[in-house]
Design a protein around this ligand. Structure first.
Ligand code: ATP
Ligand code: MG
Length: 305
């Protein structure tokens, strides 16, 4: 059922991105909370049309690991999206609060993000903008992928440097290659790269290609993505995590595993050792998995309260 922004009341600001503001809103009739993303500025009709088309795809995506879209509206070049509200914020918020995420939590986040990606990829949807701010958390152990399509459309249409940087930092090397960047490149493998970079960031506590305190220099970052060997996870990381990241961050896209393959990677499976515990779509989690999440939720609560 479609939700119209006019039927909601703004409660607070959840965050700002390069394209606009995200509000926490409440529906006047059903009292449910939603996130309202308002993409500001007047956009050309062509851009609006592309976004609305993208959103009609988004609205058909129904999966526990993908943020639901309940409505997309355009008025005078300004676009509003009514989205599922995620009360735990984004992975970016966790990193910003200077919390690195330990492997036990990260393995669960990785599993759920991979399930979301696998769903999108099976439906022939390439996300194109996987990064920590687009992986959203709920306090009830939810992990969902947000924002497919939109940011890339805006980045391409505006080509404004600031807009571009946020999106490009997580881009895979082949996307910078003009010979392959005409839409024929393997977008699925590009999403895997971006996920690997995002998870690596969670253990390092900062964007992996810029040392803390160093200023973001776009040319240096792009050079590192395309030609340098990438930073390894922290010394004390498990061999499983190191291998997981190494597999995602292979320069040759054809060598990167698919989301469905990575779901059975030892890094993802080793923390789910309790047999037949997590049932899809049910709320019965394993005791150990539940405890891991309770600890993580406590950590989250201390960040957001
Ligand atoms: P960029 O503009 O580079 O894509 P971004 O992803 O941070 O960056 P937005 O998608 O506009 O930009 O989101 C801004 C912030 O709002 C996010 O970082 C997140 O904290 C919050 N947010 C976005 N969507 C939701 C949602 N559905 N539920 C709760 N919070 C959200
Ligand atoms: Mg976003």
């Amino acid at each position: 059922e479609e939700i119209n922004p006019n039927d909601t009341v703004k409660i607070s600001i959840l965050g700002r991105g390069s394209s606009g503001v995200v509000y926490k809103v409440q529906h006047k009739k059903n009292n449910k909370l939603y996130a309202l993303k308002v993409i500001q500025d007047k956009h050309e009709p062509e851009v609006c049309k592309r976004i609305l088309t993208e959103m009609s795809i988004h609205r058909r995506a129904h999966n526990p690991y993908v943020v639901q879209c309940f409505g997309a509206f355009e008025k005078g070049g300004e676009i509003s999206l009514v989205l599922e509200y995620m009360d735990g914020g984004s992975l970016q918020d966790v990193i910003k609060a200077k919390k690195t995420i330990s492997e036990r939590y990260l393995a669960d986040i990785a599993m759920k993000a991979l399930k979301g990606l696998d769903y999108l990829h099976r439906n022939k949807i390439v996300h194109r903008d996987i990064k920590p701010s687009n992986i959203l958390l709920g306090r009830n152990q939810e992990v969902k992928i947000a924002d497919f399509g939109v940011s890339t459309i805006l980045a391409n249409s505006l080509a404004a440097c600031n807009t571009f940087v946020g999106t490009c930092a997580y881009m895979s090397p082949e996307r910078f290659d003009p010979d392959q960047n005409d839409g024929r490149y393997n977008g699925y493998a590009a999403d895997i790269w971006s996920l690997g970079m995002s998870l690596l960031e969670c253990t390092m506590g900062h964007f992996p290609l810029v040392a803390p305190g160093e200023t973001f220099d776009w040319a240096t970052v792009m050079f590192a993505i395309c030609y340098n060997s990438l930073p390894s996870p922290p010394e004390d990381s498990s061999p499983e995590f190191k291998d997981f990241v190494a597999q995602c961050l292979q320069k040759d896209p054809s060598l990167r595993p698919r989301a469905s393959t990575l779901l059975s990677h030892p890094f993802v499976t080793k923390f789910q050792a309790v047999p037949s515990s997590i049932k899809e779509g049910s709320r019965s989690y394993s005791r150990s998995g539940g405890q891991v999440w309770r600890n993580f939720n406590n950590a989250l609560n201390s960040i957001f309260s």
